[in-house]
Design a protein around this ligand. Structure first.
Ligand code: KE4
Length: 426
């Protein structure tokens, strides 16, 4: 049986960096990545046979936990009937109906295979609809590796200390205006200067890719109003918050409707499926009815759609799941804060529902500059000590922890106890 180190060495000889997504390489915590063999409920087991309580949950999709029976059964049934046709199926319509019924800002939807594709499609659609080129995004918000959005991105790029990606041309980057999050004045200034050239404003309504950062009161409403007054489109990237912070996402929780919404992660139930959608008049501009081209061989494939339908159906039919997630996540937040206090380790915990981040600093964390003041060395030590105690946290200070409906009080309390031992060792 190979060790994680041996598996990583072998992978690096064949896969770029040994991983298929950079953040998985554990560079930010200076450790060897864990290779998983299986997952069930709130637990994952690595190739060395160690079992961990999992707070990554594949970076958000697994709100029901690993391998939930209704989802696995739906995937198996769908796969036996054929994995993909490249032709319409009624199951895609069924998933579309679930999404349209749940998300206030979506009247029409288009399914894709990743959040990046969905963000890219939403952006191209906004430019096609408005006939304008400039886009406003926010430092620390991440929307996938879309060239024009990979400018001062958060998440992987930030974690690797390389906020601007090589390979993104100056011309492309020059059409993206990057503003600080939670700063209305910066929005006003940008729109005074460029307003009639701006196609869209895109943001994570509750940021998760610089760590969890909440919008200050009234901020999102101001962003929406300034954007709309300029004739630009307001795009909410709810890849992480969609079906996570509430059944209808942050826009339902905050009662604020965007023109376009990007979805991913939970909507695909752990399979490669994402979506973008919005006002019918805007979506009508998409090919084949309209002039904005967007496509995908496996977009809406029956197996991923079956996983999405099974996951959303579980959430829709059991609204108590969100109340349970709130109880579990609040217990974790308060337990971590108390344990850090007893060990006199300054921490700032930001949380919305079952997504949270523990920052190693006094706080508050209102934007990327605040987030970057965190003690990432201390985070790396903490992460390592938690891993040694079999609690699997995201390998970056600038990511969100996720609690699933499969987590138990026992899981949460054991994590808090392990954290107290880790804080004491910092
Ligand atoms: P994907 O292309 O990875 O499916 O989605 C990109 C994306 C878009 N928008 C938001 C708000 C996101 O959080 C993401 C992806 N999130 C990261 C981690 N926070 C995925 C992990 C990874 O890159 O490996």
């Amino acid at each position: 049986m190979a060790t994680n180190r041996e598996a990583f060495d072998e992978a690096r000889g064949l896969i770029a960096g040994g991983v298929n997504s950079p953040v998985r390489a554990f560079k930010a915590v200076g450790d060897t990545p864990v290779f998983f063999a299986s997952g069930y409920g709130s637990k994952v087991t690595d190739i060395e046979g160690r079992e961990y309580v999992d707070y990554v949950g594949s970076w958000g999709p697994l709100i029901l936990g690993h391998a939930p029976e209704p989802v696995i059964n739906a995937i198996a049934r769908a796969a036996k009937a054929g994995t993909t046709f490249g032709a319409p199926t009624v199951s895609e319509t069924a998933l579309a109906r679930l999404i349209v019924d749940a998300v206030p800002g979506i009247e029409r939807v288009r399914l894709t295979s990743s959040g990046t594709e969905a963000s890219m499609g939403a952006l191209r659609l906004a430019r096609g609809f408005t006939g304008r080129n400039l886009v406003v995004k926010f430092a620390g918000c991440y929307h996938g590796h879309v060239d024009s959005l990979l400018v001062n991105a958060g998440s992987g790029a930030l974690t690797l200390g390389n906020p601007d990606s090589a390979g993104v041309s100056h011309e492309v980057a020059s059409e993206t205006i990057v503003l600080p999050f939670n700063d209305v004045g910066a929005m006003e200034h940008a729109f005074q200067k460029f307003g009639d050239r701006i196609a869209a404003t895109i943001l994570e309504p509750i940021a998760g890719n610089m760590g969890v950062v909440m919008p200050v009161r009234g901020y999102l409403e101001s962003v929406a109003a300034i954007t709309s007054e300029a004739g630009a489109l307001f795009i909410m990237d709810e890849v992480m918050t969609g079906f996570r912070v509430a059944w209808g996402g942050a826009q339902r929780l905050l009662d604020l409707q965007p023109d376009l919404t990007v979805l991913g992660k939970i909507v695909g139930g752990g399979m490669p499926l994402a979506a973008f959608g919005g006002r019918a008049d805007i979506m009508a501009k998409l090919a084949p009815d309209g002039p904005v081209y967007q496509a995908g061989t496996l977009s809406g494939n029956p197996v991923a759609v079956a996983a999405g339908i099974a996951t959303l159906t579980q959430l829709r039919n059991n609204p108590a799941i969100y109340r349970r997630l709130e109880v579990m996540a609040a217990r974790l937040e308060h337990g971590l804060r108390s344990a850090a206090g007893r060990c006199e380790v300054p921490v700032y915990i930001a949380r919305c529902g079952s997504m949270l981040t523990l920052f190693f600093q006094e706080g508050p964390v209102r934007n990327l500059e605040d987030a970057k003041r965190s003690d990432t060395r201390r985070f790396a030590l903490f992460h390592k000590q938690m891993l040694e105690q079999c609690h699997y946290l995201p390998p970056s200070q600038f990511e969100a922890w996720f609690i699933s409906n499969a987590h138990t009080f026992k899981d949460i309390d054991s994590t808090v106890d392990a954290a107290e031992r880790a804080f004491a060792g910092l």
